[in-house]
Write a protein that binds this ligand. Structure first.
Ligand SMILES: [Zn+2]
Ligand SMILES: [Zn+2]
Length: 353
């Protein structure tokens, strides 16, 4: 290629154009990919109610879909490994969005992106040629102008073009025509390349953008495993969450018994009850921070109001919880009759508030 380019005349301009397109095409594909990622992530944030707020909003939707599905394994993962659960949930949603909308929206996004880039390149060709012609520039000068005009629209490595920059450009008008003529077939190839690539390839990039907007602290209440709702991952001050859960959800039970503790931590911290760590260290719930570690960094304020959600959950998955934790809802852990009367519909309605 370098040898061919060193020959002068029309052939050398054709080789110059061929070489330039050889470098331009992958840069365009990469730009299209980037634009598509931004467009899809932006559209998902605008149109999916799960993603148009903060993580607390997403969690509401997650709790809603968990209740709708009634799949205990999913609940278990959400309780024990929430960060992983959220990540999978976001990824599944992106995949679903992409496969459902592939035919319409994504094609439209692709066409718009291709059109925009094509216009940018065409205008860069015309503008660079005009200036180069007036100045009597060399190939190197034309390339500088061309790359400047592309600007931030296209990440195009000027340094990859050193092979072709040393020739004199006698006929800038011919170069313009050759570049413009090559544009359409090149863009068609890029379009084919972008359409044939599986959408799965861009899922991780979309996921990264969405996750960034939905980030937050992942600390879980040491008693009930409710997730801190602070939107800053390494925030200052105490961890907190507006609603705690019955401690049985995370396996707490009465000392030296197999009976679950169905109290919510917010009511335990208002009582005179103690909790025991490692079978040995006894602390008053009222002074739970004395236990140190995670206990010292959580703000759990006494509150007797409770949500129906986790009461319904405990009743509905009672035997699964008994099996997984090896404890029982008997004796001090007996489930109150009132809890068993809560319907799934009530729980779903409450989440919609
Ligand atoms: Zn709690
Ligand atoms: Zn926190």
């Amino acid at each position: 290629m370098s040898f061919k380019i060193s020959c002068q005349g029309a052939t050398s301009i054709t080789s110059f154009v061929d070489f330039l397109w050889l470098k331009l095409s992958p840069a365009i594909s990469a730009s299209i990919r980037k634009i598509m990622v931004q467009k899809i992530a932006g559209d998902m944030r605008a149109t999916c109610p799960e993603f148009n707020g903060n993580r607390a909003n997403l969690e509401k939707h997650i709790l809603y879909s968990l209740a709708e599905e009634e799949n205990f394994d999913k609940y278990w993962k959400y309780i024990q490994r929430p960060e992983e659960f959220f990540r999978d949930y976001i990824r599944d949603h992106i995949k679903r969005y992409c496969s459902e909308k592939e035919s319409e929206k994504i094609k439209t996004f692709l066409n718009i992106s291709l059109g925009d880039i094509k216009n940018t390149i065409l205008s860069a060709i015309h503008k660079s040629t005009k200036v180069a012609k007036a100045k009597g520039s060399t190939a190197s000068g034309w390339l500088d102008l061309f790359c400047d005009h592309l600007g931030s629209n296209l990440v195009f490595p000027r340094r990859d073009l050193v092979n072709i920059e040393h020739q004199e450009l006698m006929d800038t008008e011919f170069l313009k025509e050759a570049m413009s003529k090559a544009l359409d077939p090149a863009m068609r190839e890029i379009e084919e390349d972008c359409s044939s690539k599986h959408i799965d390839e861009i899922v991780p990039d979309i996921e990264e953008i969405l996750s960034e907007h939905l980030c937050g602290c992942w600390k879980q209440c040491p008693f009930c495993k409710a997730i801190c709702t602070n939107t800053i991952p390494q925030h200052e001050g105490d961890h907190s969450v507006p609603f705690h859960r019955p401690q049985a959800v995370s396996g707490w039970h009465w000392h030296k018994t197999d009976q679950f503790d169905i109290n919510v931590c917010t009511s335990n911290v208002a009582s005179n009850i103690c909790f025991i760590l490692n079978d040995r260290w006894r602390y008053k719930y009222k002074k739970y921070r004395d236990a140190g570690g995670d206990y010292a960094t959580w703000s759990i304020t006494p509150d007797s109001s409770t949500q129906p959600y986790w009461k319904w959950f405990v009743c509905h998955f009672r035997s699964k919880l008994e099996h997984n934790y090896g404890k029982k809802f008997t004796g001090k852990g007996s489930i109150p009759d009132l809890w068993t009367k809560i319907t799934k519909q009530e729980v779903l309605n409450d989440l919609k508030k």
